[in-house]
Design a protein around this ligand. Structure first.
Ligand SMILES: [Zn+2]
Length: 298
């Protein structure tokens, strides 16, 4: 029986023990005061690492752990967080080394995997929904836009920054790039586009028939379809899940219609798009199982 720990950093940091690919016991949330990642903005990187290490120790309960997987937003390579827009002080942090040192003993060490949080979620969907032998891709729609894939491959998958518009005025992406998916679909970008409305109001007004909002919501769907079409043209058709706080606004029929307009090469047609309400548990399981699989491959 494997005992692994999954850690997921997104709106907050969730830590859980995973036994036989299921959550065992309660998931712990850090920071404990419930202030979320925004509450950590003024906290130095070393203190955040210390906090996460403490939560892992509590969850492990003093017993042996086979692997630890940590999903973090941003660009992650070789255990180093190269960029993390929502938690800038961890940029450059070698989290793998920090955790290796924290959990090593004289005669053993715990394998650590640091991965992109959307990749962790894709793995979690694969494990919990019975797609472990399939190719799973996921869009996470929230403040920003994440793109994850299972099986995980080393590389940079910043699909949220796919170029979906050639309009030079499309410059609302947090990264500064022009024409990006996140610059249309992300919450931060929607607030900049509709200075008078919150994203929730934009979707509500669209349903109520407001023309400006309705046109934008169609454009919003078209942008997701365009980035999905690019993923299909680069990597083939398959299952795409849509998760995150704005997934509830997705009309999968409209997305399928737009995607069908954008993908016409016969063998590349037939992708499925499905809304998947994400839970901490799903992502924690995905991070833990990814770490376990990476340790077995090593
Ligand atoms: Zn961008």
């Amino acid at each position: 029986m494997s005992r692994t720990i999954g850690v997921m950093a997104s709106e907050h940091i969730a830590v859980g023990l995973v036994e036989n690919r299921e959550i065992s016991g309660a998931i712990r949330i850090y920071p404990e005061d419930g202030s979320g990642i925004e509450g950590l903005l003024g906290t130095p990187a070393e203190s955040i690492v210390q906090g996460v290490v403490e939560q892992i120790r509590i969850v492990a309960g003093g017993k042996k752990i086979d692997a630890i997987g940590v999903g973090v937003p941003g660009v992650v390579r070789d255990g180093i967080i190269e960029e993390s827009p929502n938690l800038p002080q961890v940029k450059g942090l070698n989290l793998e080394i920090e955790l290796l040192q924290a959990f090593r003993t004289d005669d053993s060490f715990v394998p650590i995997l640091i991965l992109n949080n959307a990749d962790a979620l894709a793995a979690g969907i694969a494990v919990t929904q019975g797609y472990m032998d399939k190719f799973v891709r996921v869009w996470t729609l929230g403040r920003g836009v994440g793109y994850g894939r299972y099986p995980r491959r080393d590389g940079v998958w910043e699909g949220g920054h796919s170029v979906v518009s050639l309009d030079p005025k499309e410059r609302f992406c947090q990264c500064g790039g022009v024409g990006h998916l996140e610059g249309i679909v992300g919450n931060r970008a929607m607030r900049l586009r509709f200075l008078d409305l919150e994203p929730e109001e934009v979707f509500d007004n669209a349903l109520a028939g407001d023309v400006r909002c309705r046109d934008f919501v169609r454009y919003w769907h078209r942008a997701i379809a365009a980035a999905t079409a690019t993923a299909v043209h680069m990597d083939g058709p398959g299952r795409f899940f849509i998760s995150g706080s704005n997934a509830k606004h997705v009309d999968t029929n409209l997305l399928a219609l737009y995607l069908a307009e954008m993908v016409k090469i016969g063998p590349l047609t037939g992708s499925k798009m499905e809304v998947m309400p994400a839970s901490d548990a799903m992502a924690v399981i995905g991070a833990a199982v990814s770490a376990e699989m990476a340790a077995l491959d090593a």
